[in-house]
Design a protein around this ligand. Sequence first.
Ligand SMILES: [Zn+2]
Length: 94
Amino acid sequence: MTEATETKRQSGQVRDGKWLVLTESTGEPSVNYVHDCGTEILGKSVSYPIWDGPTPLSGSGRCESKTIPYCPKCEKEPGSLGEPITPKGSYHNP
Ligand SMILES: [Zn+2]
């Protein structure tokens, strides 16, 4: 038995600086959001490692934490570890 996960889109997408899933939702900000499919939108805390060092994969070890909104019905649950942040001037973003 396979779950139809391939029909779910990637969570955490942004359009015009706003969370895509929230732009598609109804509801009051800071009260609750309900996606246009009728499912309540959940938030998932995601940590982003900060790679700000001068060599590959190096950095101070800090992480930035964000809450990613997602629709559990339409979107994949975000992983708890996000894409690394590479500040300008670091090895990965010279
Ligand atoms: Zn949905």
